[in-house]
Write a protein that binds this ligand. Structure first.
Ligand SMILES: [Zn+2]
Length: 194
């Protein structure tokens, strides 16, 4: 593929590629700190990534991601954003929807919200948090590109795209990635119609 533009690059929006590159850079910076980076350092790098992403989106004022708008409140309070991310990735349910269920005395939702808060406190303290079903780097990219062409890529294009943009550092299997994309897609569909 040397010299020519990969087909995934033509099919995804430029804003997604720039955002994914910023994400990769930040995740690699965290990994360079060591296997258990102090939470304060990781959070500082994430804070910088957050500002960088705001700058990138600001270059495309007409660009909207209805999916990101649905999934996260994009609060200036990064702690709320982290809780929303943890909840969504652990349970495949939206934090604000589950909080409304808690108010209606739904005990399952209560359990999920508690679990998320426990995960959050452990994560802030640099303690062990059980892995998610989908690699968090993959989940982030699949969400970030959801409205920006990632769903239009063939399985092979998707793997090429992840080989270029994913911070996980492994090479990507087209079929496995396609399955992960379907899983994220169906979780998002459910969140749209709770
Ligand atoms: Zn990866």
């Amino acid at each position: 593929m040397s010299g020519e533009t990969n087909s995934w690059e033509r099919k995804v929006h430029q804003a997604f590629r720039l955002g994914a590159e910023a994400f990769k850079e930040a995740m690699q910076a965290i990994k360079r700190v060591g296997p258990n980076p102090p939470p304060k350092i990781a959070q500082r790098i994430e804070g910088r990534l957050f500002s960088k992403l705001q700058e990138i989106w600001a270059q495309y004022p007409d660009l909207k991601s209805p999916t990101t708008g649905l999934l996260y409140s994009s609060s200036p309070d990064l702690r709320l954003n982290d809780v929303e991310h943890l909840h969504w990735r652990r349970h495949g349910k939206l934090h604000h929807q589950d909080r409304a269920r808690v108010h209606a005395d739904d005990l399952d939702a209560f359990g999920r919200v508690n679990r998320t808060l426990n995960d959050y406190v452990a994560w802030r303290r640099g303690q062990y948090v059980k892995d998610f079903k989908i690699d968090p780097d993959h989940w982030t990219l699949l969400e970030m590109g959801f409205d920006f062409g990632l769903n239009d890529l063939s399985a092979e294009e998707l793997a090429d795209c992840f080989d270029a943009l994913c911070p996980c550092g492994r090479s990507h299997d087209a079929d496995a990635l396609k399955k992960q994309r379907s899983r994220v897609k169906s979780a998002i569909k459910k969140a749209q119609n709770p």
